[in-house]
Design a protein around this ligand. Structure first.
Ligand SMILES: NC(=O)c1ccc[n+]([C@@H]2O[C@H](COP(=O)([O-])OP(=O)(O)OC[C@H]3O[C@@H](n4cnc5c(N)ncnc54)[C@H](O)[C@@H]3O)[C@@H](O)[C@H]2O)c1
Length: 346
């Protein structure tokens, strides 16, 4: 069948599109390369560079390639920065989703897989369970909440299958090392390779559960199947074991045999202290299995990161720079009052 994957040059979208193509599907991948990389797109994926914020261009591409399944991963997923980039986050999440969903429905798409986030749970007590209410506490979480609710409402009215996946701290090869705002494992690795100090927000005792892409991918591939038991389901996909950021930092520095300076910064505004989720439903419905422990996942990603070498930080602009933004975001000319730069090939 034909599957349309948005965010196909991104970390997870690149893996997913390639995996779907390897399973024999005809895969069309869309990305504007604002956060992803052309090298992440596998050779068997038909790639189209489109900005989903452009409704007309998006509609044209979808109508030229009407999909049976839409896997929507395109996003500005910088949760922590979303309070400082609200316009960009709304454009690349809520609006982009509406722009691709409408033509897909007009073409009779059978199933939609929405990649949402743990951010919809907000600061409730973990482990987050799929039955908990949505209670986001940041702009990114509000967007993902809206996208989930739009999916449910439109599926009720227009009758299509959907599965909502809520991944949690996925890491591994192809993850952007250049983003100064997100992907803590990649940030630590790039700062070590660049010989820069490592920054930890707050006391570093916040807990997260990380999952290696090689373990998450099989579950993501199954989520794209058109199956009655997956229809109308929300499924967390996250690691089974939580660790503190301090513990993660120790593992990454040990892997690089590095003795980096560690500096603690104030907590980021509205950052949730502990965030990890239940995984039983992902095991039952998507066959989620952890074949790589965190150390092994870090080892594999580190090997890939070393082969890539130290990366320049991506230039990024905050719409609302203020003293509440972490100072490292404001240093090195990373952030200013200018609008976000235009997407470009990287
Ligand atoms: N990685 C994680 O741990 C994690 C956790 C929770 C949720 N998610 C969700 O999973 C999805 C994929 O995450 P990822 O880590 O691979 O992120 P990513 O940044 O690597 O991929 C997102 C892709 O979307 C593209 N994109 C952004 N705006 C676009 C636009 N207007 N038009 C077309 N393409 C656009 C970017 O260029 C990028 O390649 C996202 O929806 C994210 O919110 C990821």
């Amino acid at each position: 069948m034909r599957v349309l994957v948005t965010g196909a040059a991104g970390f997870m979208g690149g893996h997913l599109a390639e995996g779907l193509a390897a399973s024999g599907h005809e895969v069309v991948g869309i990305d504007d390369l604002s956060g992803g990389f052309r090298r992440n797109v596998g050779p068997d994926v038909e790639f189209l560079q489109v900005d989903l914020r452009d409704a007309d261009a998006t509609a044209r591409v979808v109508k030229d390639n009407p999909p049976e399944v839409l896997c929507h991963l395109a996003a500005n997923a910088r949760e922590g920065a979303s309070q400082f980039q609200p316009r960009d986050v709304c454009g690349r999440n809520l609006m982009a989703y509406a722009n691709v969903l409408v033509p897909a429905l007009q073409c009779g798409v059978k199933k939609v897989v929405l990649y949402s986030s743990m951010a919809v749970y907000g600061d409730q007590e973990p482990p987050f369970d799929e039955r908990m209410p949505r209670r986001p506490v940041d702009v990114y979480g509000v967007n993902k909440t809206g996208m989930e609710e739009i999916t449910e409402i439109l599926a009720d009215v227009h009758e299509f299958d959907y599965t909502i996946v809520r991944p949690h701290n996925v890491f591994g090869e192809r993850q952007s090392l250049r983003d100064p705002f997100r992907n803590v494992v990649g940030i630590f690795m790039n700062r070590i390779m660049r010989g820069e100090p490592l920054y930890v927000y707050g006391d570093g005792e916040q807990r997260r559960a990380f999952s290696y892409i090689g373990d998450s991918l099989p579950a993501f591939l199954r989520a794209a199947e058109i199956r009655p038991d997956l229809n109308h389901q929300i499924i967390n996909v996250g690691g089974k074991h939580s660790v503190t950021v301090n513990e993660l930092l120790e593992m990454v520095t040990a892997e690089f045999d590095a003795e980096s300076e560690v500096q603690h910064l104030p907590d980021r505004p509205r950052e949730v202290k502990n965030a990890y989720c239940t995984w039983e439903k992902s095991v039952e419905l998507l066959g989620y299995e952890e074949k790589h422990d965190l150390k092994e996942g870090i080892r594999r990603m580190a090997e890939w990161a070393r082969s890539l070498g130290p990366q320049p930080w991506r230039e990024e602009r905050l719409e609302l720079p203020s003293e509440k933004a972490p100072r490292i975001w404001l240093e090195n000319g990373l952030a200013g009052a200018d609008p976000a730069p235009e997407p470009r090939e990287q």
